[in-house]
Design a protein around this ligand. Structure first.
Ligand code: E4P
Length: 217
């Protein structure tokens, strides 16, 4: 399973890349706003730090302007994935850009029917927002399960990129369902490796080690 980092904070990306855990980055207009930086500048910097796909989202809502924005974003770096919303114009933009050889992430997906359309429009990635479905009292992981099954039934190459991930259980459930990717905020990556038994075990080992008076170096 691939992990993308869901942030536009360059320092968080720089801190996480050396772990080898990060296969790409996703951003959205809210994350760019939170970074306080110019979109082209910050996306360009992220693309120079990360080898894998970096999603940069269009902000227009009509086809012509979305397409122009998508082409502009795509020109920033080789590893750009253009992110478009799951609207009628977004699907048209997805089809045109993917026919041009651009990687496209179709975002704001909340139903299996929407995911089916995105795959038919040539999406490279579909982003179902599992956490936001849960927030509304729905079952985010049922949505992931349906999409994984439908894509498998028809051999679609579109990758399922689980978004809006709230915690380790989402990651484990998505992995059990065979989702291709989860995009994770830094807080969720930290929650994945943190375990109280690891901390208490380490502290007991170090206490015993201190008694030996030895040093490895
Ligand atoms: C990533 O592609 C999505 O925009 C992001 O995961 C949304 O997460 P949120 O629901 O926590 O804002």
């Amino acid at each position: 399973m691939k992990f993308f980092l869901d942030t536009a904070n360059v320092q968080e990306i720089k801190d996480m890349v050396p772990t080898g855990l990060i296969d790409g980055v996703t951003t959205n207009p809210s994350l760019i706003a939170a970074s306080g930086r110019d979109i082209k500048e910050v996306i360009s910097e992220i693309c120079s730090i990360v080898d894998g796909p970096v999603s940069a989202e269009v902000t227009a809502t009509d086809f012509d302007t979305m397409l122009a924005e998508g082409r502009m974003l795509q020109g920033i770096a080789k590893n750009i994935t253009v992110k478009v919303p799951l609207t009628f114009d977004g699907l048209k933009t997805c089809k045109t850009l993917s026919d041009e050889g651009t990687s496209v992430n179709v975002t704001l997906c909340f139903s299996a029917a929407q995911a089916l359309l995105a795959a038919k429009a040539g999406a490279t990635f579909i982003s179902p927002f599992a956490g936001r479905v849960d927030d509304m009292g729905g079952m985010g992981m049922e949505l992931i399960s349906e999409i994984v099954q439908i894509y498998s039934n028809y051999n679609f190459s579109t990758e399922v990129l689980v978004a809006s991930v709230r915690g380790p259980q989402h990651v484990i459930q998505a992995a059990l369902l065979g989702a291709d990717i989860a995009t994770l905020p830094t807080s969720v990556i930290k929650a994945l490796y943190k375990h109280p038994l690891t901390d208490s075990g380490l502290s007991a080992f170090l206490k015993d080690w201190e008694k030996t008076g030895q040093s490895i170096l």
